[in-house]
Design a protein around this ligand. Structure first.
Ligand code: ADP
Ligand code: MG
Length: 255
């Protein structure tokens, strides 16, 4: 494995938390992901937009270390990785508290520490009053809050999101974007976020990456310069519309 160090402040060398180096993935005859380079460091929130089937979920599975590339390699500077899927995948027989504590329980965290971490995570996502509810008693947005909280309990340094809000209505999605922004500002993880929504990508991110149709290649990258914290009203400004328009145009050309 090659290690490319970038120069940090004061001559300290530092590696990004995750770095894709010519990473590709082929399934039999199908090239799902063409070799790509992508680095995400602490305090960066990178969104990936691209047409359906272009390899976005493949890229996230590789970043989560659940799957291995068939070309290139991924360098991790941490093994603390959290993953949130589009489907909240809560266990129907466990209440919110026990669902949110699940990963902590599996990781061997003590009962007392888990209780504390779950309380904190529930408060962060606004679910403190629902800790004894079962998943079937929750709305789609609340299920997703619980799913976020479950990963949050382990304080991941790299946080991966695969279209987590794709199934939610516009208003709920906006609210959860604010919850996610708060998490990001509090924890400063390295975020890698897949979405169909250009607006959501530009709103949340420090960088947006556009992928082409299969085999997915990175065809455009945008720095998103807006200061944090961002209010939802940012979406209605001319500056935002201009940037989102440029990303949308790249996406159209890539599809
Ligand atoms: P996206 O998330 O962008 O919609 P995916 O990463 O899920 O796309 O899939 C990219 C391509 O790779 C698709 O054509 C899909 O059928 C194929 N693919 C993904 N996973 C597998 C797999 N485990 N086996 C075979 N083909 C796969
Ligand atoms: Mg996908």
């Amino acid at each position: 494995m090659t290690v490319t160090a970038t120069s940090g402040v004061g001559g300290v060398t530092k590696r990004p938390l995750v770095a894709f180096k010519g990473v590709g993935r082929t399934f039999g005859e199908v090239e799902a992901l063409a070799p790509c380079d992508l680095a995400v460091d602490r305090g960066e929130f990178v969104s990936i937009v691209g047409p359906s089937g272009c390899g976005k979920s493949t890229l996230l599975r590789l970043a989560s270390n659940l799957d291995q590339p068939t070309a290139g390699g991924i360098e991790f500077a941490t093994d603390s990785i959290g993953y949130v899927f589009q489907d909240a995948t809560l266990m129907p027989w466990r209440n919110v508290r026990r669902n949110v504590g699940l990963l902590a329980e599996l990781s061997g965290m003590s009962k007392a520490r888990t209780r504390e971490a779950v309380d904190e995570a529930l408060a962060t996502v606004g679910l403190s009053d629902f800790d004894d509810h079962l998943p079937r008693q929750l709305s789609g947005g609340m299920k997703m809050r619980a799913s976020l909280a479950r990963s949050l309990v382990l304080k991941p340094e790299v946080f991966l999101f695969d279209e987590p809000f794709g199934a939610l209505d516009e208003i709920t999605r906006g609210r959860l974007n604010l919850v996610l922004q708060d998490l990001f500002l509090a924890e400063r993880f390295a975020g890698l976020f897949v979405t169909h929504s250009v607006e959501e990508a530009v709103f949340l991110s420090t960088h947006v990456v556009v992928m082409s149709a299969r085999p997915g290649r990175i065809v455009a990258e945008y720095d998103i310069p807006f200061d944090f914290p961002r209010s939802l009203d940012l979406r209605y400004t001319a500056e935002f519309a201009e940037l989102a328009g440029a990303v949308a145009k790249s996406l159209e050309e890539a599809s």
